[in-house]
Design a protein. Structure first.
Lengths: 249, 436
């Protein structure tokens, strides 16, 4: 599904990613862990095509396509979803308006007719119930005045509505208490299927108790320095990053 | 194209038209109109040397030869184009409606039936004795010269008088279609004590390059409440200049929303004064400028008495070579203690050559007041655009949603119901490129 080869990327002229190789097969959940500043968020932004993140070397293929040739919105329509570490507030734009526009853009790309307002509302309310979100959030401006936890839940809500092929969760656990974390994890798990994949970026192992990964990678200094099974996350939690980073250096 | 100065061509036009203007048969009105024209002639058009006109020039008016609209004869019935009217009006039956075409009342297109007792709603041309008072001078000086030109030439307008304690449930709607000529409309609105009313004042493209010159006098008596929504959507080659004087008495509330999305050059100027304690002025505006459009909102608030509050929120969306102007003048008189006056101007400049001049002007002579002003100018937020695009929303659609979100705060200030839907539809149409 996703194949990253020797990926190098710069931000503000500084090289952050220094040769990443990563392959995610359909149905797999991969976790990327690593110390602060290791390039985790940069990787998520490069995958979603954010301006200012310049790929200098390497390639990314997504379902056989050259991902780097696509605009951000085209990537999203092809099935890439980024749950933001810091969801953006959009005053004046209702959550429902924004999300319906997104859902229909993705549907149009897939050759499906627009989702009518009634069906949209029904579907949205069912997903919100699943995430224990108040329906009032549909009429509120996107993320404006939401608490940290509400913002993260809203990200997962959008993900459930858009049903992406590859979900990238960038530190979705940060700022969540344990109850919210479980709800969010259940939301992500609900999407797991043999066709869908996920890339879970996290600083802590805690989230991986609830979203159990198939593969765990350690990212440090812009490179993947170690790859293993889910036990690697436990090892990192117990020993910290220092030993592994030192061993790889 | 005329080599003659503007005042001379207008003098010729005025001489020709004076005999058929409303009230021409009454000496005191004919005399007042002549005096008003002389005052305009003496002062000429407002010049950019005046501080209040620094950012908006009317030189383009001098370069054209202006005529008054052709005389349609005694009746102007059915002059409004049916399709244009349907597109511009509130749903049939939801308003009391006065339609003007080229400055003349179109009775057939208007709806003045079913008025409650205590409400007088008429075209000014049929206002009889009230006409003389309506033509009274707004001031004596070059800054007010357009109001004097208006008094000299006003062919019609709105007269609304709501008696004490009366609530007018349906909005009063004025729809004025421009004409390829100089059109002068003059409106008089008076709300008695504790009365309530809502007005939607719309200026619409009537085809061709015209110049609409409006003067309004609005008086809101003690405890009364007026919601006044104004929509300026003149032809993109047209000129529009409006001056309004608003007096708001004690415990009264005047809420105004101005949306301007048309004209080559448009200025909407309001002079507001509190004439009693605890008056509330709630003022919102939205300027939508694209192409070479120049849109000006100028306000002068005089807090003359204690315990009054005012709030100004003006937003500007400027694209292409558009130019928006916001001038917010606040004067707090020495004894107007406990005044609360807030002002905020926010602008999105969407192109390199788009411009905004935003100027607060505060003169505070009392010492126990809360006054604040602020201005922000920027482009659309790149993070917000990226966030939307990362959900699959196309760049154009994301921009449109963000602009609609920026405008929403002004649209939401319009009274709920048909009125807000009407304004929301206009703004959405403009953002999609359909209007203006």
């Amino acid at each position: 599904m996703l194949e990253i080869k020797n990926l190098h990327a710069k931000v503000d002229g500084r090289e952050i990613l220094r040769g990443i190789d990563l392959a995610i097969n359909p149905g797999e959940v991969h976790a990327i862990m690593g110390p602060n500043g290791s390039g985790k968020s940069t990787l998520s932004y490069v995958l979603s095509g954010r301006d200012g993140y310049e790929v200098t070397e390497g390639s990314i293929r997504f379902n056989g396509q050259d991902l780097l040739a696509l605009e951000t919105e085209e990537r999203a329509r092809e099935g890439i979803f980024l749950a933001f570490q810091y969801p953006v507030e959009i005053p004046g734009v209702a959550n429902a308006t924004f999300l319906r526009s997104a859902v229909n853009a993705v549907r149009k790309h897939r050759g499906l007719p627009d989702m009518d307002a009634m069906t949209f509302l029904k579907t949205a309310k069912a997903k919100m119930k699943q995430l224990q979100m108040d329906e009032k959030f549909l009429q509120r401006a996107v993320n404006v005045g939401f608490s940290g936890g509400e913002k993260k839940r809203n990200e997962v809500f959008q993900m459930l509505m858009l049903e992406p092929a590859l979900a990238i969760l960038d530190e979705t656990d940060s700022g969540l208490d344990i109850d919210a974390l479980k709800i969010v994890a259940e939301g992500v798990n609900a999407l797991r299927s043999p066709e869908r994949s996920a890339l879970v970026i996290t600083h802590y192992q805690r989230l991986l108790d609830y979203i159990v990964p198939d593969v765990v990678h350690v990212l440090a200094g812009g490179r993947i320095i170690k790859t293993g099974g889910k036990d690697l996350a436990l090892e990192l939690e117990a020993k910290g990053y220092a030993d592994i980073v030192a061993a790889a250096a | 194209m005329s080599a003659q100065p503007l005042a001379d061509t207008l003098a010729t036009a005025w001489e020709a038209a004076a005999g058929r203007l409303p009230g021409a048969d009454r000496p005191e009105i004919a005399g007042r109109r002549r005096a008003a024209f002389d005052a305009f002639r003496r002062h000429g058009l407002p010049s950019q040397k005046l501080e209040a006109w620094k950012f908006t020039g009317l030189n383009a008016l001098e370069r054209q030869s202006w005529a008054l609209p052709a005389d349609p004869g005694p009746a102007n019935d059915g002059a409004a184009d049916a399709a244009r009217l349907a597109a511009a009006a509130l749903p049939e039956g939801s308003s009391h409606r006065l339609v003007f075409v080229g400055g003349r009342f179109d009775a057939a297109a208007s709806r003045l039936d079913g008025l409650p007792d205590g409400v007088r709603l008429l075209p000014l041309s049929q206002a009889g004795e009230a006409l003389a008072a309506a033509l009274a001078a707004a001031g004596e000086g070059r800054a007010e010269s357009l109001a004097e030109l208006n008094a000299a030439l006003a062919s019609d307008g709105l007269l609304l008088d709501v008696a004490e304690g009366v609530t007018l449930a349906k909005p009063v709607e004025i729809i004025a279609f421009g004409a390829p000529a100089l059109v002068n409309l003059r409106h008089v609105v008076r709300l008695g004590r504790g009365a309530r009313a809502t007005i939607l004042e719309s200026y619409r493209d009537g085809g061709g390059t015209g110049w609409t010159n409006v003067f309004s006098h609005i008086a809101v008596d003690a405890g009364a409440q007026l919601d006044h929504v104004r929509l300026q959507d003149e032809a993109i080659t047209a000129y529009h200049a409006a001056l309004g004087r608003v007096d708001v008495a004690g415990d009264a509330r005047y809420a105004h929303v101005s949306v301007q999305g048309g004209a080559a050059v448009a200025r909407h100027e309001l002079h507001l004064e509190t004439t009693g304690a605890r008056a509330v002025l709630d003022l919102q505006g939205l300027a939508l400028a694209r192409g070479a459009s120049h849109i000006d909102h100028t306000l002068r608030l005089h807090h003359a008495l204690p315990d009054c509050s005012s709030n100004q929120l003006f937003k500007h969306v400027v694209d292409d070579r558009g130019h928006a102007v916001f001038q917010g003048g606040i004067r707090v008189a020495p004894h107007a203690q406990k005044t609360d006056a807030q002002q905020l101007s926010r602008t999105l400049l969407l192109a390199d050559r788009a411009q905004i001049d935003t100027k607060p002007e505060l003169e505070i002579l009392a010492d126990d007041v809360k006054c604040s002003h602020g201005a922000s100018i920027g482009d659309l937020d790149a993070q917000q655009l990226f966030y939307m695009e990362a959900r699959g929303v196309g760049a154009d659609e994301a921009r449109r949603l963000l602009l609609a979100g920026f405008a929403a705060e002004i649209v939401d200030a319009v009274p709920d119901g048909v009125l807000r839907e009407h304004v929301a539809a206009y703004v959405a149409g403009w953002l999609e490129g359909g209007a203006a």
